[in-house]
Design a binder for this molecule. Sequence first.
Ligand SMILES: Nc1nc2c(ncn2[C@@H]2O[C@H](COP(=O)(O)O[C@H]3[C@@H](O)[C@H](n4cnc5c(=O)[nH]c(N)nc54)O[C@@H]3COP(=O)(O)O)[C@@H](O)[C@H]2O)c(=O)[nH]1
Length: 532
Amino acid sequence: MAKIVRYLISARQQMFAALLLGIILFAIIITAIGWMARQQVYRAMVGESREVLQPYTELTGRIGSTFAALRAITADPCTEDFNRQLKRVAYLPDGLNEFFYAPGGAIRCSVSTKRFDPPMALGTPDLPATEVSPAVWIDRDLSFAGLGGLVGSIVLVDPFAIVVPLEAVSMSPPSWMEMEVVLIGPSGRWWHRGGSAAVHAPAGDGPMEASFPADFRLRDCVDDQRLCVVTKVSVLALMQQFELFVGAALVFSAVLAAWLSGRARALIVRRWSLASRFRRHLDAGSIICAYQPILDLRTGQIAGCEVLARWRDVDDSVVFPDRFIPLVEQHGLTRKFTRLVVEKACRELCETLPRRDRLDVTFNIFPRDLDVAVLRPIFEVFEPVRDRFSVTIELVESDSIAVVAAQQQMEALRAVGIRTYIDDFGTGYSNIHNLAALAVDGVKLDRGFAMAPEGSLMDRMFGHAIDMVQSSGREMVIEGVETAQRLRQLRAMHPPIAFAQGYFISRPLGIAAFAAFLAEHRDGFRDLKLVA
Ligand SMILES: Nc1nc2c(ncn2[C@@H]2O[C@H](COP(=O)(O)O[C@H]3[C@@H](O)[C@H](n4cnc5c(=O)[nH]c(N)nc54)O[C@@H]3COP(=O)(O)O)[C@@H](O)[C@H]2O)c(=O)[nH]1
């Protein structure tokens, strides 16, 4: 599950998944279109073969009525009278004009040859009689019956046989379809009756079938499966014939697949974007507190820490504030968020640090929450441990402050034991006017000053910024102390600077590492000796 989630929240993987989905959808759509086209082709094949079989069905009917007429002959076989009655049937306008009297398959007399003496045996039929179909001798030379040069098939329903003349098969399939009419005998032997030869041959003996993708084949039979029309459509020929349709189907499938996969991606992104993940999973379990030590430069002791929040994402990765703080503000979660951070930090500090440690714990709050009615209940968790931890809030200024209202709130907060610092002094909205107008307890100088390269404009302004804060009489924390040289420089300043914070002292630490750090530096920050 975690793997799937990790997959879904990565923008690259989302793109890959959408691409894969697009390809799969394209395959499904084009297959569906192909299947529908195949059904149409099949319908056309069935329609054409039924049309071709129609005359044969009619012929079978005519043969049946002719046999009925022959069986109605009353005269003794092969007499003059018999022949006269035979001729009467022959003159019926059904195209069947030559009959034999052939009991047991031996011709004794016919319409044109009065008597066969001795009787002429027809031999083994090409299509033996079945329960429903008569025996048939196919394409026999009819010279023996006085019809020299003519060829016809002989159908026997004992004791009469009818000569069926070789008829031209008429068929006009569409250009992309080939057809062949065949008579199929036992052991797979077949006789070509019409249409395009060799359509039947590769079709084998199977029933109606289609071999995709090479071509579609259909075998449609009547007369006890002995007379068949085999229809073949080459897929390639079909595609060439309908290339415009094929092109349109490809474009349509591609556009639809791209649209659908785009929609699916938008859905995934919406559900699995950082904003929705954050809103769904912001709870005590997902908040991580990091503690960055604050060094008292005058005593060398670790005087406190700044609590910095991180958020554990659904895939267990750790998200830093630059990504989620704007979401907290956008979605009106500032109070909930601060409460979660404060409660977690209070629990961790109380449970992990030895009772003898006394620390000032600094939290970042949102300017819109600068209201004692909001903050007091949030920081109430520290009330029972005030002997161990004092609380300071830092105003992360993302908006200009209404000075009079802010002033009242700060005083009210101080009255309930919460001190206020202005954060990132020297940048953004944190300006000299606020420093002068607000009775803040302290100021954190923006880390841009301490981190500025030597000789840079910020570096040159660093001393003046410090002077300005010191002359305001506020406490000061210098942030962004990354080097021993900067720490040395700060320690050498007069009047002395109270507090410093930065990577040289320590990076933000997990609670266990912070406890270990405090234990290690209980007798004073070790590296201070190095820079002395
Ligand atoms: N309202 C809340 N805002 C919060 C909370 N937790 C954090 N934040 C805000 O996010 C900002 C970024 O915090 P983070 O990424 O944790 O960075 C802090 C330090 O890691 C960094 N720092 C400290 N020392 C150094 C250093 O020597 N070099 C260096 N490159 N970076 C350093 O500075 C950040 C702390 O800054 P500040 O708050 O100004 O003291 C953070 O700034 C908060 O605004 C929260 O719970 N609530």
